[in-house]
Ligand binder design. Structure first.
Ligand SMILES: *Cc1c(COP(=O)(O)O)cnc(C)c1O
Length: 360
């Protein structure tokens, strides 16, 4: 068996331990004689899986009782529509546009109400987080929306915006469970799990109960109403059963690793190895303003497209996969999520040093 160092932005590396456990339980989950994939979602065994997953997530993130945890489908992108359909009471929302995912959410929201871009970092190819301490927040805004960690550009909100009392809605797809968060600062936190938690297809939404309403935008499909999913314990229809099961295993792994404080320390240590090298390298350069750097996604360039391509190719041959930057940005990007071991980053930096030595 040869596992590579997988720097994919998503779907992305998962803890080896979790994959092995899932493999061991593939044919016979805990004496049921079947795989979780083959199991009725109405069975006792499955109810335990989803209940435990929720309980462990609540524990990890310290989620208050007045927040619901929903396991949904449709990817993070489906939330771009679900959020305005469900949360726009006044039909107005403010968006902070810090990259492609925020932009897509902003554009989608325009279909359902008045979406305002109150800040953007498009002027410098989204390489920084704008100052959000005193934004022109709309008086009747139903929420303020951010993408907290910009997967493609490698920026992160290290300080949450001042929403002037409005509800904050945050897409945390690529920083989910990478460090502790204060859930009470948000009306809603959500993310696709394929970046840091599990297999693609599952989206976890953590929503304050009072925001889950019946009087959603007229015409909102049943499946796109938070209330339906909340009232049915995420089992209005068949949930993405197997995906939720893997998420549950990752939650247990995270608890065993010491929870989110420990994860944060681990992630800071890993990211520092790479950023420190980028800061001193004569060949490779980080593309993001230092104070806004993400711990999860690290984009960098050599300054030459040919050299970038050569590096990606050589890295792949040496067992470092998926280092090519996003198709719209070019260059390189190393995604170093929770499950990327420190050795992966250390070895990558060693490889980069050797590449630099032979190319300068
Ligand atoms: C990957 C990603 C998305 C899109 O996720 P899908 O599950 O493909 O819809 C949205 N937001 C962020 C921040 C992402 O990283």
């Amino acid at each position: 068996m040869a596992r590579v160092y997988n720097f994919s932005a998503g779907p992305a590396v998962l803890p080896e331990e979790v994959l092995k456990e899932a493999a061991a339980e593939m044919l016979d989950y805990k004496g049921t004689g079947m795989s979780v994939m083959e199991m009725s979602h109405r069975s006792k065994a499955y109810q335990e899986i989803i209940d435990e997953a929720e309980a462990d997530l609540r524990d990890l993130m310290n989620i208050p009782d007045n927040y619901k945890v929903l396991f949904l489908q449709g990817g993070a992108s489906q939330q771009f529509a679900m959020i305005p359909m469900n949360l726009m009471k006044n039909g107005v929302a403010d968006y902070i546009v810090t990259g492609q995912w925020a932009k897509k959410a902003y554009q989608e929201a325009q279909k359902y109400g008045k979406a305002n871009a109150v800040a953007s970092s498009a002027d410098k190819t989204f390489s920084y987080i704008p100052d959000c301490s005193d934004l022109p927040i709309s008086e009747d805004a139903d929420y303020v929306y951010i993408c907290e960690n910009n997967t493609i550009y490698g920026t992160k909100f290290h300080t949450l915006p001042n929403t002037k009392g409005k509800i904050l809605v945050s897409d945390v797809s690529s920083c989910f469970l990478s460090e502790p968060v204060d859930v009470t600062k948000y009306g809603m936190i959500y993310g696709g799990v394929q970046k840091n938690i599990g297999p693609a297809g599952v989206v976890i939404a953590i929503i304050r109960e009072d925001l889950i309403r019946e009087d959603v935008l007229p015409g909102t499909p049943t499946m796109l109403q938070y209330k339906i999913h909340a009232d049915n314990g995420s089992m209005y229809n068949t949930p993405p059963c197997y995906g939720i099961y893997i998420c549950g295993k990752v939650f247990k792994w995270l608890k065993k690793m010491g929870g989110l404080e420990a994860m944060k320390a681990h992630n800071e240590k890993k990211a520092k190895i790479l950023y420190d090298f980028l800061d001193e390298s004569k060949l490779f350069k980080g593309t993001v303003r230092k104070e806004d750097r993400s711990l999860m996604n690290v984009p960098f360039v050599t300054g030459s497209e040919e050299l970038d391509a050569e590096f990606v190719k050589a890295a792949k041959a040496a067992g470092f996969e998926n280092l090519k930057g996003h198709r719209t940005v070019g260059g390189m990007r190393a995604s170093i999520y929770n499950a990327m071991p420190i050795e992966g980053v250390e070895k990558l930096v060693e490889f980069m040093k050797a590449f630099e030595a032979s190319h300068t």
